[in-house]
Design a protein around this ligand. Structure first.
Ligand SMILES: [Zn+2]
Length: 491
């Protein structure tokens, strides 16, 4: 997958405002049960009170075909839309044509769980007040919409209730938005250069999408309808929106609204059905790496998500993570740099602790303990289920039954929660899951534990041991590169 960071250096980063350079990109390889899963991590630096920029993900098949731009998170309190877009970025492979995904357009509002911390961003596409704090975001996304390669734009929303053409009740009536495909007018304007595409007839394409979705409804009352806002005939509110801006620039654009009456995973389900229908209509081939069910969506949303800190010496495995993690060894006297492997994840400083967010969910709070870092070692030697392994710091090692950390002269190994021995240095012991006090695990299931290495009071690095079943005998997350150069393992 291509996370597009080369084009969009501001991704997921707290910046000072004057700088936007990506620090560095690194690669982490997860050895999964049936092969390799590649994650790209990005390093960011935490500065308080600075904006988060949106990220752009280019899913390019390098085969001819249409280009679809998918935008999520224009309003920060609509998680169905931005999680659907994020899943597109992380779990879809495009086989023909191209999909460009912006999963987090209004990232600062997403983290704050607000529709818009600086007002409604989807009313800023006609005119923009002078000095609007979101002008940079608007300028950037407008230029992406106007990119001559882009054929169709999907703007993902979660809408209230259920749209119905006639009044049924308080939740189902023409004033509601949920479960609808929004068009601004029936046919693209005469100036459109895209008149030959299947989307020049907006009403027909939207109706096809609704029909496709309606064949896979979880319940009949979830039925989708097409809602035409007739924007050009005097709808002043809709004239300020992203889709109408696109239309004015001869680009076909649709709003997709999943109902806010649903939990997030169900909203995502309907968003993905809508997106897949439009991709199919555009002739864009795709593969999805999870089953399109609510359970499949919930699992995929958090699968293998991780945060890396301290120049990759610390790894927080964030899938099913505990609400609070204590004594995370952070580096004294330095800006906190972090890397994440999911476009909706970010780390927010909160005074004494840090919140790790996934969209508008706070996954965990990291309570730091500050250390000087020692950089003499890049990893450790372990014996895992009888097999000797070299493990980089910042890795996850899958353990079936037992492991042992080999002795390192002048270093202290601290296996957090290892309760069998009171030894201050815990290298050289055979350790099984039953030897841990479960409350010290990083995950809520009590299966992932921290092993930390110190050298006369300085922190060297952490690895995670993963006792989750079904992970295979020797699964590990390898850091994939070695920025430390010659400083290798202690052998
Ligand atoms: Zn919305």
């Amino acid at each position: 997958m291509n996370w597009g960071c080369g084009l969009n250096p501001g991704m997921l980063k707290w910046v000072r405002g004057d700088t936007c350079s990506m620090k560095k990109r690194l690669t982490i390889i997860v050895f999964a049960v049936a092969g390799f899963v590649l994650h790209l991590f990005f390093i960011h630096t935490v500065y308080a009170a600075a904006p988060l920029k949106f990220s752009v993900h280019h899913l390019d098949s390098h085969a001819p075909g249409a280009t679809v731009l998918v935008v999520g998170g224009i309003q920060g309190d609509e998680p169905g839309g931005f999680n659907a877009a994020a899943l597109m970025a992380t779990h879809y492979k495009i086989l023909s044509g191209r999909v460009i995904v912006v999963p987090n357009l209004n990232f600062p509002s997403i983290v704050k769980r607000s529709r818009g911390i600086h007002g409604d961003m989807n009313r800023k596409f006609d005119t923009l007040g002078p000095g609007d704090p979101e002008s940079e975001t608007i300028v950037r996304i407008k230029s992406m919409i106007q990119d001559p390669d882009v054929d169709v734009i999907l703007n993902l929303h979660d809408g209230s209730g259920f749209y119905a053409a006639t009044h049924v009740n308080r939740l189902r009536n023409p004033g509601r938005w949920g479960q609808s495909i929004i068009i601004d007018q029936e046919i693209m304007g005469p100036g459109s250069t895209k008149n030959t595409t299947p989307f020049s007839n907006l009403a027909r394409a939207a109706a096809t999408c609704a029909k496709d979705i309606n064949q896979q409804l979880l319940e009949p009352i979830h039925r989708f309808h097409v809602k035409n806002t007739h924007t050009a005939s005097g709808n002043k509110e809709m004239a300020k929106t992203l889709t109408f801006f696109a239309l004015k620039h001869q680009k076909a654009a649709f709003g997709i609204e999943a109902s806010k009456s649903f939990p997030t995973s169900r909203r995502v389900y309907y968003h993905l059905l809508a997106i897949e229908s439009f991709l199919t209509q555009a002739g864009v081939g795709f593969e999805r790496s999870f089953p399109l069910t609510e359970a499949g969506i919930r699992k995929a949303m958090d699968q293998d998500i991780a945060l890396s800190l301290g120049n990759k010496r610390v790894l927080v495995f964030a899938e099913n993570v505990r609400k609070r993690l204590n004594y995370i060894p952070m580096e004294k006297g330095r800006d906190i740099q972090f890397a994440v492997n999911h476009p909706l994840m970010t780390l927010v400083p909160q005074g004494d602790y840090f919140s790790l967010f996934h969209g508008n969910r706070q996954l965990t709070r990291l309570w730091p303990q500050y250390f000087e870092y020692a950089r003499g070692l890049e990893g450790i030697q372990m014996v895992v289920d009888g097999e000797e392994q070299s493990i980089f710091f910042g890795s996850v090692v899958s353990v079936k039954d037992r492991f042992l950390v080999k002795h390192i002269p002048d270093h202290r190994v601290n296996i957090i929660g290892f309760s069998r021995q009171k030894a201050s240095n815990e290298s050289g012991f055979v350790v099984r899951r039953k030897n841990f006090a479960k409350r010290f695990s990083m995950d809520r299931a009590g299966r992932i534990f921290r092993v930390e290495v110190y050298e006369s009071g300085k922190f060297n690095g952490m690895i995670l041991v993963d006792f989750r079943p079904g992970n295979g005998a020797v699964k590990l997350v390898n850091r994939g590169n070695n920025p430390g150069g010659k400083k290798q393992f202690y052998q």
